[in-house]
Design a protein around this ligand. Structure first.
Ligand code: UDP
Ligand code: MG
Length: 310
């Protein structure tokens, strides 16, 4: 009999946990010849999430397991911890807020088992319930990252997916500290099929992702999977060098042709100095972002710290 492990990161999700378990359990129980285990990861919640997990574990000690972090390490760390703990032949990753429709699980299992896929992922085809500004930013993010990174990141792809043991091991072999799962799942390769669905709203609780947090996450994703921003300084530098040469030639010629012309244009000079200074700071900032990542990685800090595991 095959075993499916479901990994669920949870951050302040006391209300969603019982609803999630009920909804998923009644679906997976109907799949023939499949045993299911749950790995909830409490990512340093400040509400009664851990209590809810204890209650579930006491009810189903063989089936429901959990890991509880010593503080909030972020969803990516929680996913990594869950994948490390899971030992099923197949592993599914799901959000606890039921935004990832559990009805897909039987179909995913069937496809992965019979159709020679290594991964069945999901992607949202619309962004109903999300602000226009947020959707616009998301679309621009996918446009940019797919232009400047060799790793193809599918627009609207969710983390919700089912993977074979082989693919999970590949994902676990990437031990980077700054984890951008959307990129990692794609980087490891393997044959993936995406199921499409319409956006579903959260069953309870609130999303922790403000537009600003998403923006920073997108920037981190770009830095993790592309080195193109690093070459921006080269292009900007070359461009301003060429412009300055043209400027010098212009000034010399004007001096010869019209020797009496007075000095003017100090205001534009100030603007130019500010412009060049700004560009330099921008480039240093970009380089700094990459150096920061090297610095963090070189410390070899653990990706998460467990306080309790059952
Ligand atoms: N989550 C987490 N740690 C965090 C933030 C979120 O483990 O620091 C979990 C959260 O409990 C949920 C999943 O990650 O199960 C997705 O979070 P959310 O629903 O807030 O994101 P969205 O669906 O809006 O992308
Ligand atoms: Mg959600």
């Amino acid at each position: 009999m095959d075993k499916l492990s479901i990994v669920i990161p949870c951050y302040n999700e006391e209300e969603s946990i019982p609803l999630f378990f009920k909804a998923v359990e009644q679906i997976v129980i109907k799949i023939n010849d499949l045993e299911t285990e749950y790995w909830f990861v409490n990512d340093g919640s400040s509400d009664r999430t851990l209590h809810e997990l204890h209650v579930l574990h006491d009810q189903y000690p063989e089936k429901v397991h959990f890991i509880s972090f010593s503080r909030n390490f972020g969803k990516e760390a929680a996913l990594y911890a869950g994948l490390q703990a899971a030992n099923g032949d197949y592993v599914a990753v799901m959000d606890v807020d039921l935004q990832d429709p559990p009805e897909f699980l039987p179909k995913m299992y069937k496809l992965i088992k019979t159709d020679d896929y290594d991964c069945i992922g999901t992607r949202r085809v619309d962004r109903k319930g999300e602000s226009k500004f947020k959707s616009f930013l998301s679309n621009q993010f996918y446009n940019i990252i797919n232009k400047i990174s060799q790793t193809n990141i599918i627009s609207g792809a969710r983390d919700y997916r089912m993977m074979t043991r082989q693919m999970v091991n590949a994902v676990l072999s990437l031990k980077e500290y700054d984890r951008f799962s959307k990129g990692i799942f794609s980087w490891v390769g393997f044959k993936t099929k995406y199921l499409e669905y319409h956006n579903v709203e959260r069953v309870a609780g609130e999303t922790d992702w403000s537009t600003w947090k998403l923006f920073k996450y997108a920037m981190d994703g770009i830095a993790d999977f592309s080195q193109v921003p690093l070459s921006i300084s080269v292009w900007l530098g070359t461009f301003s060098f060429i412009i300055s040469i043209i400027g010098i030639i212009f000034v010399i010629i004007r001096r010869i042709v019209e020797p009496s012309s007075s000095v003017f244009g100090w205001a534009s000079l100030v603007c130019l100095i500010l412009l060049i200074g700004g560009l330099q700071l921008l480039c240093i900032g970009i380089v700094g972002k990459y150096i920061g990542r090297i610095y963090i990685q070189s410390k070899h800090r653990p990706i998460y710290i467990i306080k309790e595991k059952q």
